[in-house]
Design a protein around this ligand. Structure first.
Ligand code: DQA
Length: 140
């Protein structure tokens, strides 16, 4: 059994209600239940925070033991040297995920402080981006 954690950043607690034309209308808690059924060989934990330091603390906590981390740092992706440094500091492989195609949106979303330190990046497939990242951990 591989231990995987999905870490979501700010405003992603509102998934399902927040700008559904961009982020869809599915509640993330329901999505996680579905993913756990789809991937019985993975133990999937979920953590969400709107607070930068809490995301960094969680990365430190899991980053040397977990088999994989799926990180959607949301808006912090584009601003946080601290989260980028945390990803660089840990040994568990991190896959950066985004629901939307950030490259087709505003220019400030084209910058990522996470990507240089990530094992891979999946973006633009809606919530499927998370599923693709989970699939990659089965084969890694
Ligand atoms: C996001 C893209 C970010 O630019 C944005 O700030 C988010 C969500 C995505 O999953 O598409 O909150 O990370």
């Amino acid at each position: 059994m591989k231990n995987i954690i999905i870490i979501n950043g700010p405003n992603l607690n509102l998934l399902g209600k927040r700008q559904p034309e961009i982020y869809g209308d599915i509640n993330f808690d329901d999505f996680i239940v579905e993913q756990k059924e789809k991937f019985p060989s993975l133990s999937i934990e979920y953590f969400q925070s709107n607070i930068e330091g809490e995301i960094i603390d969680k990365l430190h906590e899991v980053g040397f033991d977990f088999d994989g981390i799926i990180l959607n740092a949301a808006a912090y992706t584009h601003t946080s040297v601290g989260i980028g440094d945390a990803v660089a500091s840990i040994s568990s492989p991190v896959i950066e995920v985004h629901i939307s195609n950030t490259y087709s949106r505003e220019e400030f979303r084209h910058v990522s402080f996470i990507s240089p330190h990530a094992k891979g990046v999946v973006l633009g497939f809606g919530l499927k981006s998370y599923e693709l990242a989970l699939t990659s951990f089965i084969n890694l």
